[in-house]
Design a protein around this ligand. Sequence first.
Ligand code: RP5
Length: 167
Amino acid sequence: MRDQPSDLDPASGETPLVGVLVGSASDLPVMQQTTAILQRFGIPFEMRVISAHRSPDLVDEFARTAEERGMVCLICGAGMANHLAGAVAARTALPVIGVPLSGSKLSGMDALYSTVQMPKGVPVATVAIDGAINAAILAAQIIAVRDPEVRAKIYEFKDSLAEGFKP
Ligand code: RP5
């Protein structure tokens, strides 16, 4: 499928700090949990449907230009043979968080292995299968290192976890 800018992009006009890439429109129901958390922390993001296998040139362009566009962190969610996170990580110095997605006949074990088993030199910070929420929290924590406002929201959120995670 062709790359599509997402209608989930914030309308604020702010520079996106997080790039959220998904391998297929079929991944959106899970990966929208990522964008919901980013919105909750007030972090501007850009979401794109872009595939390592179907639109590799667009992956290349996105990964190589993300830093100069002001992004701080990238989240890549895909299922099956998930090469998206690794392909992106090979092309940027930005931290890349990979979300292996279920939905395949192997229930996401295929995507987990192909995301987490990166060879030396090209790390991908891999969260759980369908761990779209944790991917966003980790991205927020990366941003929080230099952003006191986001840091305060993270601490508030962590405190709230004593009563359980509330989406
Ligand atoms: C992966 O293949 C995508 O990330 C998706 O999880 C899976 C199936 O894609 P579709 O056939 O639904 O487009 O590349």
